[in-house]
Design a protein around this ligand. Structure first.
Ligand code: ATP
Length: 371
């Protein structure tokens, strides 16, 4: 068994019952408790207004919580100015100093911390190299691309080797391709330095790609904290199931081992809190539904649930198709089904009769307030 202090040593940041109430109907952050393990990359993920930035600002010490305690390295966060604390930050709006070169920008936090001037040039070079900007030190920010400016901002946030790196949607303003490239860069740099990182984003894909651990927030409330694979495979509730991935939802009434829609019994996996007769909503991921032409027999043999339907729409997304399929057995449900095989694109036109199915274990059934 671990002793308490062993466990405490592994925790970089902890929050206990943290609430931020601005006096609106709901608190911006409502009773949040979580730990961030040292050396990990944690992402706070949630829709706009869910309280992500407020939570990060409290961790940064910009905003004292209404109640609750946040500790960094075991010490309560205080209002000491940023350069006194060992926290690096990259924010979407925290621009580079425009009249300084890239190297001067990176040197700035070292000067603020009264680093021995003779050590500064090597450090600056080392961190410009870390972000792959060797040779760019003399350029002004306006002579750098958006992605290069972000790299300078990352070097500036890390050059003083902080214990903690905070990222508030630093990539939100970049175009998609550059954003995806920089996500991998954040991941690489974080792994290389091993610096504990807390990142805020509303982009579920970014969260899955970069993180060791994810906290999902909605309406100020933490919905789930899990590793990416666990979050994707085992959402705790309907909000997480619908916020991450693409699913089809089926409303019904809980039965002993599934849900019932009219006379149709659909077996599935109940969330722990479900009692028979409750209003529930089943969720099946788009990649877990198999789709075949109405004539082909064997391909659905291992699917416990099998339905006949017709293609209503075909959405082309480049690397994959999404078929939208309807079935008279479940009126009103639009099944979304992924299709990845590039050689079979446009296999089924809208209007074509199909059969589709899934394994009972792949339908997760959650408590759902009846409309
Ligand atoms: P976004 O992704 O849009 O930035 P977010 O998840 O970061 O959203 P927050 O910015 O933390 O959300 O806002 C959470 C809630 O708190 C919102 O309802 C917001 O209007 C409110 N809020 C945030 N800052 C303040 C403030 N200084 N004063 C009053 N209300 C605030």
């Amino acid at each position: 068994r671990q002793t308490k202090s062993d466990a405490d040593d592994r925790i970089a940041v902890s929050a206990r019952d943290v609430t931020m109430d601005f006096g609106a109907d709901l608190p911006a952050v409502d009773n949040a408790s979580f730990d961030v393990e040292k050396g990990t990359f944690l992402t706070i993920l949630g829709p706009s207004g869910s309280g992500k930035t407020t939570l990060l600002r409290m961790i940064a010490g910009f905003q004292p919580p209404t109640s609750g305690v946040i500790t960094i390295g075991g010490k309560p966060v205080d209002a000491a100015p940023p350069h006194r604390r060992s926290v690096g930050m990259v924010f979407q709006k925290l621009a580079l100093f425009p009249h300084m070169t890239a190297a001067e920008n990176v040197a700035f936090p070292l000067k603020m911390r009264r680093t021995d001037p003779s050590l500064i040039p090597d450090k600056v070079e080392q961190f410009l190299s870390l972000v792959k900007l060797d040779g760019y030190g003399e350029r002004s920010p306006h002579e750098l691309s958006g992605g290069q400016q972000q790299r300078v901002a990352i070097a500036r946030a890390l050059v003083f080797e902080p214990d903690l790196l905070l990222l508030d949607e630093p990539l939100a303003a970049l175009d998609r391709k550059l954003r995806e490239e920089m996500q991998l860069e954040f991941r690489r740099i974080q792994k290389e330095l091993g610096v504990t990182t807390i990142n805020v984003t509303h982009d579920q894909r970014e969260a899955l790609v970069v993180s060791d651990d994810i906290i999902v927030m909605n309406n100020g409330v933490i919905q789930q904290q899990s590793k990416p694979v666990g979050l994707y495979r085992s959402p705790n509730n309907l909000f997480v199931a619908s916020f991450i991935g693409i699913s089809t939802f089926i409303d019904g009434v809980a039965s002993a081992d599934g849900l019932k829609v009219g006379n149709q019994e659909l077996p599935g996996r109940h969330a722990p809190d479900i009692t028979a007769g409750a209003s529930v909503r089943g969720a099946i991921r788009a990649e877990q539904i198999r789709l075949v032409g109405s004539e082909s027999g064997a391909a659905l043999a291992d699917c416990e649930i099998q339905l006949a339907g017709s293609v209503e729409d075909v959405i082309f997304e480049g690397e994959r198709l999404i078929y939208v399929v309807v079935s008279t057995a479940l009126p009103g449900v639009k099944f979304q089904i992924f299709h990845h095989d590039p050689h079979e694109f446009d296999l089924f036109e809208p209007g074509v009769e199909v059969r589709f199915g899934w394994n009972a274990k792949d339908m997760k059934i959650f408590q759902h307030a009846a409309q």
